[in-house]
Design a protein around this ligand. Structure first.
Ligand code: IPM
Ligand code: MG
Length: 375
């Protein structure tokens, strides 16, 4: 029996190309795992009305962790149109499988390392080393949304908050409500993860990305949690910045930041910004981690126009696979992958199109495999 059982979720679009590349690299390391393919993505929404079928959830429950490629998702009206005719008008609602997995398995930490590989032509500046800790299960992405807002809820909101009166003047189906719902527990545990990481890796500071001057309740809860948790880590500096200002400061002085922590949506936003500082989505990888299970993924989408063309940069997925094996405890093998990629980028011989070269997806995987023999 293999040492590890891994759910293998390529998804669709370029997800398939980049997962094949990651497999090439894992195989070259003689990584002792059984990979179990799981159906996920747009195809299963259209055919079955569920982009994350029950049988895939079963696989997730029976494995140690998952590697996920990418999937296509579309807005509400397009999603409805592309369903098989017999599934239409049945009230089926599309929800993003990655968001569902995060909530279903309580994968509350989304860890997104953004460290510049020396000499990457895409680096915004050299020496950037930021790790984003994004809360992954609460906030605006929790899915507590209404349109129309039920009548009793409209009345109750107005009764409890006079600011609602302005909205209740509109007809019910002309008002939409998405709630930013957060818990003290959710705030504290992501902040604690960020500080634990900072302590273990001797990082100088942790910065909270929020907007408590406007979002007084949820932002205020996050800031209060930051103050409480930070006090337990006196050797680590802490600060807070508003999401809007942080977008400017990160561009101006990216080297002043080490660990960022944020709730779900602000973490989503700031992690794309940080990814672009160190090479863009071709280098952006993440781990969605809970206390028992984890799903690793490149942060990029499915780029359907490049699907099957052996064109896109697979490094984000190879780095996600690296993070996965590190999480499983294979620290040496993980470190080798990091060193191999560092070497390739320093040498500058293999470059995919986003890096200004013409190396293919599989060509980049082969380059990593070759470099592994030299590190
Ligand atoms: C990400 C993505 C997802 C998110 C989408 C695809 C639902 O943008 O992982 O950052 O918003 O979380
Ligand atoms: Mg995102």
């Amino acid at each position: 029996m293999a040492k590890y059982k891994i759910a293998w979720l390529p998804g669709d679009g370029v997800g398939i190309d980049v997962m094949n590349a990651a497999k090439t690299v894992l195989d070259s390391l003689n990584f002792d795992a059984e990979y179990i393919h799981g159906d996920i993505g747009w195809e299963f929404w259209c055919k079955e009305g569920n982009p994350l079928p029950e049988r895939t959830i079963k696989i997730l429950k029976e494995t140690d962790c998952a590697l996920f490629g990418a999937i296509t998702s579309k807005n509400k009206s397009e999603a409805d149109k592309e369903l098989l005719p017999q599934l239409q008008n049945k009230g089926l609602v599309y929800s993003s499988p990655i968001v569902t997995m995060r909530q279903m398995f309580d994968l509350y930490s989304c860890v997104r390392p953004c460290k510049a590989f020396p000499g990457n032509p895409l680096n915004y500046k050299e020496n950037i080393d930021i790790t984003v800790y994004r809360e992954n299960t609460e906030g605006l992405y929790a899915g507590v949304e209404f349109c129309p807002i039920p009548e009793d809820l409209r009345a109750s909101l107005e009764k409890n908050n006079k600011k609602m009166a302005r909205f209740n003047k509109f007809p019910a189906d002309e008002v939409a409500l998405s709630t930013r719902i957060m818990t003290r527990k959710g705030c504290e545990r992501i902040i604690r993860k960020a500080f634990d990481f900072a302590r273990a890796n001797k990082k100088k500071s942790v910065t909270l990305v929020e907007k408590p001057n406007v979002l007084r309740e949820t932002g205020g809860m996050m800031l209060a949690a930051m103050k409480r948790v930070a006090a337990e880590y006196p050797e680590i500096e802490w600060s807070e910045g508003n999401i809007d200002a942080m977008c400017m400061w990160l561009l101006k002085n990216p080297d002043r930041y080490h660990v960022l922590v944020a709730e779900n949506m602000f973490g989503d936003i700031i992690s794309d910004l940080c990814a672009q500082l160190v090479g863009g989505l071709g280098f952006a990888y993440s781990g969605n981690m809970g206390d028992k299970y984890a799903v690793f993924e490149p942060t990029h989408g499915s780029a359907p126009k490049y699907a099957g063309q052996n064109k896109v940069n697979p490094l984000a997925t190879i780095l996600a696979a690296m993070m996965m094996i590190e999480w499983l405890g294979e620290k040496e093998k993980a470190a080798k992958i990091y060193k191999a990629i560092t070497l390739i980028i320093k040498e500058g011989t293999a470059k995919t199109y986003d890096m200004g070269g013409s190396t293919t997806t599989s060509g980049m995987a082969d380059a990593v495999v070759n470099a592994l023999k030299r590190v």
